[in-house]
Design a protein around this ligand. Structure first.
Ligand code: SF4
Length: 377
């Protein structure tokens, strides 16, 4: 059987798609690079912004049209965050879709797909089970694996940032056992991937249920320990991670960055706003002063570090004074770069209950000013 995987969204989705491909290859299926050739097409969807969700839905629409007109036996399987958030809508709008596996169920992808292959189309949506991690063999590299080993170490998020849909589609945090993470990294390093990119919604909140010993024999109780354990895996020469959360950028974490500084050259630390009033409304759990302190500590710990961040402008109720705070923070912290987003409400988030009262043109203007300030730096 031939299969094709189309991925929308973030690095976590790319890693999930790689794990799906790796599992299917280990089952003897053949990965093809066009959906027309495939007997089974997987669409890994995103819902972080309406635009991303719409792109995935119109792609599914084109798949359904092709299936009806050219390949009626082709199997269509939709996975990921939009599959979690609008499962019943996808099933009713696209009855030609054979299976929907929400983001919370990716951990048991192997069982779900085995049942599907055995019984054809058991039902259109897989029941949800957050607690599982399906293990895979890393016998070979995937076509899109050349330099970096993308390693998912946790799923879900325990925060409840007011504008974010992720906790509702990816569930509470679950942490992968460190032994399984180290096994994957050792094998991928053996296959030639010398750069490790750790993935998680809040990657530095990682703390495995039971401490596992690393190669260096030290117990791994949190992300700081994991960084040091991976530093000691032979064949690994560079370590990266995303996304870190300022709440967990504590002294243990900063010390670990310092200890591994010859392998860690960049950190992405989303701050979102420079105004304490807006940070409170966003429920980000840190202040402007906390963030500035962390940047200074990181720079002292690893002077060569490239630090980047995320900003959201135009959050409901954001005043000119709030925005000035964001602008001055961007100037004050000399960040090397930043992703700047204009606020857009996501259905089901607390912020979506608030009036989206910053006019579009004001969002545009603030967005442009912030980008210019960062570019200038
Ligand atoms: S930390 Fe906040 S923004 Fe990030 S995934 Fe969790 S809820 Fe969303």
């Amino acid at each position: 059987m031939k299969f094709f995987v189309e991925t929308f969204g973030c690095q976590m989705n790319v890693a999930d798609s790689q794990e799906i491909s790796r599992y299917l290859l280990s089952r003897g299926l053949t990965l093809v690079n066009s959906r027309e050739q495939a007997d089974c097409v997987f669409v890994n969807t995103c819902t972080v912004r309406q635009h991303a969700e719409d792109k995935a839905l119109s792609y599914i629409g084109r798949l359904v049209k092709f299936k009806k007109e050219k390949k009626p036996n082709q199997k269509l399987i939709v996975t990921g965050c939009a599959a979690e958030r609008i499962q019943s809508y996808i099933c009713s709008r696209f009855p030609e879709v054979d299976l929907v596996i929400g983001a919370k169920s990716i951990g048991k992808f192997d069982r779900t797909i085995e049942k599907f292959f055995k019984n054809g189309s058991p039902n259109q949506s897989a029941e949800n089970n957050e607690e599982e991690w399906f293990e895979k063999e890393y016998a070979s590299l995937l076509p899109d694996e050349s330099l970096t080993a993308f390693v998912t170490i946790m799923r879900g998020c325990n925060f409840s940032c007011s504008y974010c849909v992720v906790p509702s589609v990816r569930g509470r945090e679950i942490y992968r056992p460190a032994v399984s993470i180290l096994k994957e990294i050792r094998e991928k390093a053996r296959l030639g991937l010398h750069e490790v990119m750790f993935l998680g919604q809040t990657v530095n909140s990682y703390r495995p249920k039971t401490p596992n010993p690393g190669d260096n024999g030290n117990d791994i109780v949190d992300f700081a320990d994991l960084l040091r354990a991976v530093r000691d895996v032979s064949g690994v020469s560079r370590i990266r991670f995303m996304s870190a959360h300022p709440f967990y950028m504590n002294s243990r974490m900063i010390q670990a960055v310092s200890d591994c500084q010859n392998m860690i050259s960049d950190i992405h630390l989303p701050v979102q706003s420079g105004s304490d009033r807006i940070l409170k409304r966003m429920r980000r759990n840190y202040t402007r002063a906390d963030f500035i302190r962390q940047i200074e500590s990181l720079r002292n710990a690893a002077p060569h570090l490239t630090i980047t961040t995320d900003f959201i402008v135009g959050y409901p109720g954001e005043t000119q004074a709030d925005f000035e705070q964001t602008l001055s923070l961007a100037k004050h912290t000399h960040l090397q770069s930043a992703f700047c987003f204009k606020y857009s409400p996501r259905p089901g988030t607390p912020a979506a209950q608030e009036p989206d009262n910053v006019p579009k043109e004001v969002k545009e203007e603030r967005h442009a000013m912030l980008l210019a300030a960062i570019k200038e730096k």
